[in-house]
Write a protein that binds this ligand. Structure first.
Ligand SMILES: Nc1ncnc2c1ncn2[C@@H]1O[C@H](COP(=O)(O)OP(=O)(O)OP(=O)(O)O)[C@@H](O)[C@H]1O
Ligand SMILES: [Mg+2]
Length: 429
């Protein structure tokens, strides 16, 4: 690990399609512009550009070319690089490890371990380090859960490395994104993201998230594979990594870009006017090698989120991946119901139709042509899915071990009354 804070440049490594060893792709530097704001620069290496098998880090914003790319967005960090860095959880772990301040964007990238999403890596040496072969085994889940608990417990206190052993932080130190406590673990099938229940959770998130993935599949969505594992008297959900494929000698990696990067926007309120499924599907159609299929799939996900009141469907909860040259929508992940108080009006995180973010059938149908669907196709999807969610969520949840009490707690999330307001006309009867 690097102890020098506020680093301003690094090398970007990439594991090319079909290979397991990273190569150096580019040099990345953050300086300041005339106003003192961070300015990121990325230059592909000459020898990388000469490779016949070179692939771009981002096929839209960072095409393979001998030029300097610059950005002032996201503190000078290109979206594709930011997507390979930690979010709230990983940052919390790093802050426990090196202390909270002053850490720059590059420090977070460089301090995070090599379990990051996608095919990129970062380092200070021109030549990449050998890939890490050892991952936490599922066997160690109890230990990892205990460390995660300790970090969560410390979250509101001043983080300090002496409360939790530094060596232990390294164990749990995932660079995967997201806010929930998690660790990356390996078993004989490959790599999984273990998401732990927090002690202050209001219900058993692990079982509910797993049940939602099962309901989603029954609604025709393509989702990440998942399972629930008990750890002591608690549960965790294990979600199979769709950006890694186990082969005899190691792991193949897929490149990955978040919806946030595709939308060319940011997390901050400044960027929110571009948080939109309608814009996202336009970008998806542009980048995807199977635009019709992926556009329809995104429509299904948007509807499903409305039907289970997954109002935390922010742009980082969508992604595209490329195993080889071709990009496509990633499997769905992080589907969580939220039983809001309002029965008439709930908003998704992204605009989903002419009436903005309103999670309502008529609104969802208002821009269906952008998803390359006819009106009839779109209506069939919306209303079949509504009926299926209504009829099946409870049974599926119970079958997957969600308690009766938790079902009661989340029951208000499913096909809430506002979903159907004005839908009589849309349904045509
Ligand atoms: N199955 C998967 N394979 C590869 N990457 C994944 C997978 N599931 C999630 N990810 C990546 O990990 C990140 C975190 O996962 P996830 O969204 O499930 O966590 P979370 O902590 O619940 O997120 P949030 O902060 O949205 O609540 C995602 O944003 C995505 O980049
Ligand atoms: Mg998430």
């Amino acid at each position: 690990m690097i102890s020098n804070p506020l680093l301003s440049e690094c090398f970007v490594y990439i594991t090319l399609p079909g290979t397991i060893e990273p190569v150096t792709a580019a040099r990345f530097e953050i300086t300041t512009d005339y106003s003192g704001a961070p300015l990121g620069h990325l230059v592909y290496g000459k020898s990388y550009l000469q490779r016949a098998d070179a692939v771009p880090i981002d096929p839209i914003e960072l095409k393979l070319a001998a030029r300097v790319y610059q950005t002032t967005a996201m503190n000078g960090v290109f979206g594709a690089l930011r997507d390979a860095g930690p979010d709230y959880w990983g940052r919390l772990v790093i802050e426990h490890y090196v202390g909270k301040a002053p850490l720059g964007e590059l420090d977070y990238l460089l301090h995070s371990p090599d379990d990051r999403a996608g095919a990129l890596g970062f380092g200070l040496n021109k030549n990449p380090p050998a890939p890490k072969r050892e991952f936490n085994r599922t066997l160690h889940l109890a230990r990892l859960q205990a460390i995660a608990d300790a970090i969560v417990k410390d979250e509101e206190l001043t983080p300090s490395a002496d409360k939790i052993q530094v060596a232990e932080l390294l164990l749990v130190g995932t660079s995967m994104g997201g806010a929930r406590p998690k660790a990356v673990v390996e078993d004989t099938d490959g790599l999984w993201i273990a998401k732990f229940n927090r002690l202050d959770d209001k219900w058993n998130n692990a079982r509910i998230e797993h049940a939602m993935l099962v309901v989603a599949r029954s609604c025709g969505l393509t989702t990440a594979e998942s399972k629930v594992v008990p750890i002591g008297d608690r549960d965790a959900i294990l979600v199979k990594r769709f950006d890694r494929e186990k082969v005899a000698a190691g792991y193949l990696r897929s490149r990955m870009l978040s919806g946030l990067t595709l939308l060319r926007t940011e997390d901050s309120h400044r960027g929110r006017d571009r948080w939109s499924y309608i814009l996202l599907v336009e970008e998806l159609r542009r980048i995807s090698s199977q635009p019709k299929k992926d556009a329809a799939e995104l429509f299904r996900r948007m509807c499903f989120n409305a039907l289970i009141s997954n109002t935390d469907d922010h742009p980082r909860n969508h992604a595209v991946i490329a195993k080889n040259q071709d990009w496509k929508l990633s499997p769905a992940y992080d589907l969580t119901p939220m039983p809001h108080v309002s029965l008439e009006h709930r908003d998704l995180a992204l605009t989903c139709g002419d009436a903005g973010r309103y999670a309502n059938a008529t609104n969802l149908l208002s821009q269906s042509a952008r998803f390359l669907l006819t009106e009839e196709e779109a209506k069939a999807i919306v209303f079949e899915m509504r009926d299926r969610v209504k009829a099946s969520w409870y049974e599926v949840a119970r079958a997957e071990g969600v308690s009766e009490k938790d079902c009661e707690r989340i029951s208000g999330a499913f096909a809430y009354p506002g979903f159907d307001i004005d839908a009589q006309t849309a349904q045509g009867h």
